[in-house]
Design a protein around this ligand. Structure first.
Ligand SMILES: Cc1cc2nc3c(=O)[nH]c(=O)nc-3n(C[C@H](O)[C@H](O)[C@H](O)COP(=O)(O)OP(=O)(O)OC[C@H]3O[C@@H](n4cnc5c(N)ncnc54)[C@H](O)[C@@H]3O)c2cc1C
Length: 426
C-alpha cells in the first residue's frame, strides 16, 4: 500500500504518488526537476501540525527528516536545514548559550513548516518566527537553488505557504540565552478587557486563556529576568504541564463530549481550580508547552485595537447560541510584520484562537466566530481552519497582488500548487 501523509489533528490526509526524503538542496532540486518532467506536483511537508490542507500534495511529497541539523552559527545568526524541528534548534542554541527571541506554544514543528504558515507566539516587541528570519535558501520551480536575504522574494517567501519554492535552509537572528519570569494568575475577563492597553504595554509577552461559560481567564505574562533561575520542580512541572493541562483536561473534554450539558459546570470547576504561580526559567522552556489532547483550531488575527470588540462579540455569540465549549479561547498579540503574507503584516495584531475537542467538532461555532473576525478585517492563520478564499484575502493583505504576481513569475505551471492554495491564492 502507498504511504499516506496524515496531519497531527487527523483531519487531513493524502496518498501522494511518491514520497522522498531528500538530504540536500541538490536532492530537493532533483525532485523538483523530476516532478516538472513528469507533469506532477511537488511539496515538502513539515511535521503535519497544520489543520488546513496547506501541506498536501498528490505528486511527489518530500519528507523533512533527512534535511535537518544546524549548519552554521555565528555573528548573532544560526543557519539550519529546513526540516530541523524547533525542539532541536532550541536545544542546540541553548547548549551554545543562545536563543530565539520569541516562539509559539509548541516546538514540534519544523523550522520551514512553522514559518511558511506564519507561526507566532505572543510579543510586545518581537513578532512571529518569520520575523526572526534573516536569510532563506530555497529551490525554485525551475530547479535553481537561490538564497534571499532582502527584497521581494525574501518578503514574500518567509511566509510563503510553500507556494514559491521548497526551502532548504533557514537562517534566524539569535541572541544570548535569557531567562523569563513567568507569572500566571486567574483574572476576570471583564478586568482584562478593561486593562488591555496596560497589560499589553507593560508586558513583553502577554497570553491569556478565557474559559467560555465563565468570567475567568488564566493570564500568563512572561518578562525577561536577570535571574536567578527558579524553574518549577519536576513534580510541579508534571502537575501543571502534563497532568492538569493534558491528562485531566483530556478527561474533562471526554466527559464534556459525552455530556455536553455538564460543560459549563466543568468549566466553572476548572476556573475555580486556577491558582497563581510564578517561576523563572530558560526562555524556550517558558514559551512552550506540551499538547497531547487532540483538537481542531481556528485562529484569526485582528487589528490590535479591535481585540476588545472581537472578544465581547465572541462571548455574546457563545451565550446566544448556547454552544457548549470546553476549550479555552487563547489570546495573543504581536507587533507588525513586514512579511507580505504574515497575519500581522503592517499592523499591530491580536490573535484569537478557538479550539474544539477533536471528537466533537462544532462547525457552527467556527462559522459564527469567523463571521465576527472577518467583519473586523481579520486574517486567518494559514495553518488553522478557516473558509476564506483569494477574493477575501486580497482585501485584507495589501501585498496580496504582489505575492500572486511573484508566484505567476516563479511558478507559472503551478508545480507547488494544491487544493488549499488554489482556494486561498486563486
Ligand atoms: C498542538 C499545536 C500547537 C500549535 N501552536 C501554534 C502556535 O503557538 N502558534 C502558531 O502560530 N501556530 C501554532 N500551530 C500551528 C503550526 O505551528 C503551523 O500549522 C505550522 O505550519 C506547522 O508546522 P509543521 O512543521 O507541522 O508544517 P506542516 O503543517 O507539515 O506544513 C506547513 C506548511 O509548510 C510547508 N513546508 C514545510 N516544509 C517546507 C519546506 N521545506 N519548504 C517549503 N514549504 C514547506 C508545507 O508544505 C505547508 O504548506 C500549532 C499547531 C498544533 C497542532
Amino acid at each position: 500500500m502507498k504511504p499516506v501523509f496524515r496531519n497531527w489533528a487527523g483531519n487531513q490526509s493524502v496518498t501522494p504518488a511518491e514520497v522522498r526524503s531528500p538530504s540536500s538542496a541538490a536532492e530537493v532540486a532533483q525532485a523538483v526537476r523530476d516532478a516538472a518532467a513528469r507533469g506532477q506536483r511537488v511539496r515538502m511537508v513539515g511535521t503535519g501540525h497544520s489543520f488546513t490542507g496547506v501541506a498536501l500534495t498528490d505528486g511527489i511529497l518530500l519528507r523533512p527528516e533527512a534535511l535537518t541539523g544546524v549548519q552554521e552559527i555565528g555573528d548573532g545568526r544560526v543557519r539550519v536545514a529546513a526540516g530541523t524541528p524547533l525542539r532541536v534548534l532550541n536545544e542546540e542554541l541553548d547548549r551554545r548559550g543562545l536563543a530565539l527571541a520569541n516562539m509559539g506554544d509548541i516546538t514540534e514543528q519544523t523550522v520551514a513548516g512553522a514559518i511558511q504558515t506564519g507561526t507566532h507566539g505572543t510579543g510586545r516587541d518581537v513578532g512571529g518566527l518569520a520575523d526572526q528570519v534573516v536569510e532563506l535558501e530555497m529551490v525554485l520551480a525551475d530547479g535553481s537553488i537561490v538564497t534571499a536575504s532582502e527584497g521581494d522574494l525574501f518578503d514574500a517567501a518567509r511566509v510563503g505557504l510553500g507556494a514559491l519554492g521548497v526551502l532548504t535552509a533557514v537562517t534566524f537572528r539569535v541572541e544570548p540565552a535569557f531567562l523569563l519570569r513567568s507569572v500566571r494568575r486567574p483574572m476576570a475577563l471583564s478586568e482584562i478587557l478593561s486593562t488591555l492597553d496596560e497589560l499589553t504595554a507593560d508586558n513583553e509577552h502577554l497570553d491569556f486563556f478565557w474559559l467560555p461559560h465563565t468570567d475567568t481567564c488564566l493570564a500568563k505574562t512572561n518578562n525577561r529576568s536577570p535571574g536567578p533561575a527558579d524553574p518549577p520542580g519536576a513534580f510541579k512541572h508534571w502537575l501543571d504541564n502534563v497532568f492538569l493541562e493534558n491528562t485531566l483536561f483530556g478527561a474533562l473534554c471526554a466527559v464534556g463530549g459525552r455530556v455536553p450539558a455538564a460543560i459549563p459546570t466543568l468549566n466553572a470547576i476548572s476556573a475555580s481550580a486556577l491558582s497563581a504561580s510564578t517561576h523563572t526559567d530558560t526562555a524556550y522552556k517558558v514559551f512552550t508547552s506540551v499538547r497531547t489532547v487532540r483538537f481542531l483550531e481556528m485562529e484569526y488575527a485582528v487589528p490590535r485595537e479591535r481585540l476588545g470588540q472581537a472578544l465581547r462579540e465572541t462571548r455574546d455569540l457563545i451565550e446566544l447560541n448556547d454552544w457548549r465549549i470546553t476549550f479555552p479561547i487563547e489570546v495573543r498579540v504581536t507587533p507588525p510584520s513586514d512579511a507580505w503574507l504574515s497575519t500581522a503584516h503592517g499592523r499591530d495584531s491580536a490573535y484569537i484562537a478557538c479550539h474544539i475537542y477533536r471528537p466533537t467538532p462544532n462547525p457552527a461555532y467556527f462559522e459564527g466566530v469567523e463571521e465576527i473576525m472577518t467583519r473586523l478585517s481579520g486574517r486567518p492563520h494559514w495553518g488553522k481552519l478557516h473558509t476564506r478564499d483569494a477574493a477575501y484575502l486580497s482585501t485584507v493583505y495589501p501585498r496580496f497582488g504582489d505575492f500572486t504576481a511573484l508566484r505567476d513569475e516563479l511558478d507559472p505551471h503551478r508545480l507547488f500548487a494544491n487544493d488549499y492554495l488554489d482556494t486561498v491564492l486563486g
